[in-house]
Design a protein around this ligand. Structure first.
Ligand code: C2E
Ligand code: CA
Ligand code: CA
Length: 296
């Protein structure tokens, strides 16, 4: 990896130039190595922003700047809400609302994902327990899990402990994992998933179809549901290839005895197609956006 900083635009002395080159070097490595990057101002801005987000995350855990929103998941055939997915949000004093797509990677790079992830689990489980006590007809609370959390040695124990703490039956919790989590080290994944499954917790594969799932492993993971990625759902009704992919995923799940949920459903046309093909569940703006616990 090579990085290039230019005198005099990037800096007048060795110190300044070397710092710029460092920033560019980080990008070259991020870009997959065997490459080079010229330093640009935009890199500096993004580094500053990343630092700001990281600092905020360190404080946010204490200052309650993080909160969860919930998006309903419905049965495709009846329009009944059967579950919700918890999605994290961060309110930053100067950056405003920061999306998880931006701050989850920062949390992962800085190791903060473990306390943040545990906080999410606790919050979501306690909210679900409360809703059940209030008599809401929900069956499942889905929580996103980062690959780093999944590799945490005591994850199954932690999950059980949190469920016990709030007296929530394990089958009411569903952990959403991406294909990458499972495929990084399939044998280890089979073990952890087996453990969680034995504890009664459900697991689903998020963004299914965008990674490289090995179909032979899929059978051995104790997953319960496949989430069809929204990129395929988006182009239903205009791209025959995406329609074919969606149909194939539904067929595959069926024959493996898994459920399917389509995410990012925005139009009636998409819903009609999914119903016709036998997709079990749906989630998306057509029904509801993610919302606060009170609104839900
Ligand atoms: P995801 O798990 O694939 O979540 C679905 C994303 O699609 C959410 O974005 C949701 O708000 C959005 N969405 C839902 N319905 C529609 C729709 O009809 N149309 C469109 N265009 N979008 C829709 P969000 O909340 O910004 O989350 C982005 C990603 O951040 C999530 O993708 C997930 O990977 C990650 N994330 C969110 N919360 C957590 C968390 O607590 N822990 C971890 N590790 N990751 C999280
Ligand atoms: Ca998800
Ligand atoms: Ca997804």
């Amino acid at each position: 990896s090579l990085a290039i900083a230019m005198y005099p635009v990037d800096g007048l002395g060795y110190e300044a130039l070397s710092m710029c080159a460092d920033t560019a070097m980080y990008r070259a490595k991020q870009g997959g190595r065997q490459t080079y990057r010229f330093f640009t101002r935009e890199m500096q801005d993004r580094t500053d922003r990343t630092l700001q987000i990281e600092n905020a995350l360190r404080r946010a855990l204490w200052l309650e700047q993080l909160y969860l929103v919930y998006q309903p998941q419905l049965a495709a055939s009846s329009d009944q809400v059967i579950g919700v997915e918890a999605l994290i949000r961060g309110q930053h004093p100067t950056l405003g609302l920061v999306s998880p797509a931006e701050f989850i990677p920062v949390a992962e790079d800085s190791g903060l994902i473990l306390p943040v992830g545990e906080w999410v689990l606790r919050k979501a489980v306690s909210q679900m327990a409360l809703w059940l006590k209030e008599g809401l007809p929900l069956h499942v609370m889905a929580v996103n899990l980062s690959a780093i959390q999944f590799r945490q040695a005591n994850l199954p124990e932690l999950v059980s402990q949190i469920l016990e703490e709030y007296d929530l039956p394990p089958h009411c919790l569903e952990l959403e994992l991406t294909e990458g989590v499972a495929m990084d080290n399939p044998l280890a994944a089979i073990e952890v998933m087996g453990d969680l499954h034995a504890r009664g917790v459900r697991m689903s594969i998020d963004d299914f179809g965008t990674g490289y799932s090995s179909l032979s492993y899929l059978k051995r993971f104790k997953v319960y549901k496949l989430k069809i990625d929204q990129s395929f759902v988006r182009d239903i009704a205009c791209d025959p290839e995406d329609e074919a992919i969606v149909e194939a995923i539904i067929g595959l799940s069926r024959s493996l005895g898994l459920r399917t949920i389509a995410e990012g459903v925005e139009t009636q046309q998409q819903l009609d197609f999914l119903r016709e093909k036998g997709c079990d569940e749906v989630q998306g703006y057509l029904f509801a956006r993610p919302m606060s616990a009170d609104e839900l």
